[in-house]
Design a protein around this ligand. Structure first.
Ligand SMILES: Cc1ncnc2c1ncn2[C@@H]1O[C@H](/C=C/CNC(=O)c2cc(-c3ccc(F)cc3)cc(O)c2O)[C@@H](O)[C@H]1O
Ligand SMILES: [Mg+2]
Length: 214
């Protein structure tokens, strides 16, 4: 059976990255996906915007929807303070297992918990099963039509506090129009758009930051 693209990305990281060095894992994935096979990682250009917003949030509890191969989980977790942690939700078992291995190579397994399942099923369980009270930072990068319902669910479950920061990938391409319409018209969210480009391409894209005002 042929290997998957995601397995080939893991092979490249396993062979080329410096064990325990998150930067070298990120560089390896970016090099592989810009030179060999495109993949839907947030990438190095939008990754700098992600870095800046994570540093602004300085979260104790960070949450991510859509682990994929773990690229953005590593980007986020490498910036977290000692007692902070990232919970990342992924429903594809093959992607979850590849991400677990790549995160191990980056040396960040202690800071990142991969939760296998659908975001809409996991979100209501975060308090009881994962001791989450409030979420300080959320990165949305899963199916684009899930951004809006999952944001509403986070609010309904009471995980957002005054100052919680949401950051969403792919606002232009593939786009998340219902999410943008909802978040920009909602009185409790203060939104900022960050124009950028689609990972590894010259195509327009953007990220949207939404700060919850309580
Ligand atoms: C409800 C639920 N629960 C849990 N995991 C969930 C979940 N819904 C999806 N997932 C998981 O998350 C990832 C999926 C990410 C979806 N991202 C994109 O579709 C995406 C696409 C492009 C793109 C751009 C130009 C093109 F021509 C083609 C594709 C770029 C991107 O940056 C993307 O993020 C993937 O790992 C999937 O298993
Ligand atoms: Mg994306």
């Amino acid at each position: 059976m042929d290997q998957s693209k995601e397995q080939r990305i893991l092979n490249s990281v396993s062979y080329n990255a410096v064990k325990g060095d998150p930067e070298s894992v990120l560089d390896c994935i970016d090099n592989y996906c810009s030179q060999k096979e495109w993949a839907m990682n947030v990438g190095d250009e939008k990754g700098v915007i992600l870095d800046k917003v994570v540093e602004e949030a300085d979260p104790t509890i960070a949450l991510e929807f859509g682990t994929y191969v773990g690229y953005s989980a590593i980007r986020i977790a490498r910036l977290l303070k000692p007692n902070a942690r990232l919970l990342t939700i992924e429903f594809n078992p093959e992607f979850a297992s590849i991400a677990r291995e790549i995160i191990e190579i980056a040396g960040l397994s202690e800071k990142i918990t991969i939760i296998e399942g659908h975001s809409q099923d996991i979100i209501p369980q975060l308090r009881e099963k994962y001791q989450v009270d409030k979420v300080d930072f959320v990165f949305l990068d899963h199916w684009k039509e899930r951004y809006c319902p999952d944001t509403i669910l986070l609010e309904e479950c009471g995980y957002l506090r005054k100052g919680s920061i949401l950051l969403a990938d792919n606002i232009v391409y593939p786009g998340a129009p219902d999410f943008i319409k909802y978040i920009r018209s909602h009185k409790s969210f203060d939104c900022t758009n960050y124009p950028s480009h689609l990972e590894y391409m010259k195509v327009e894209d953007a990220m949207e930051k939404a700060v919850y005002m309580g």
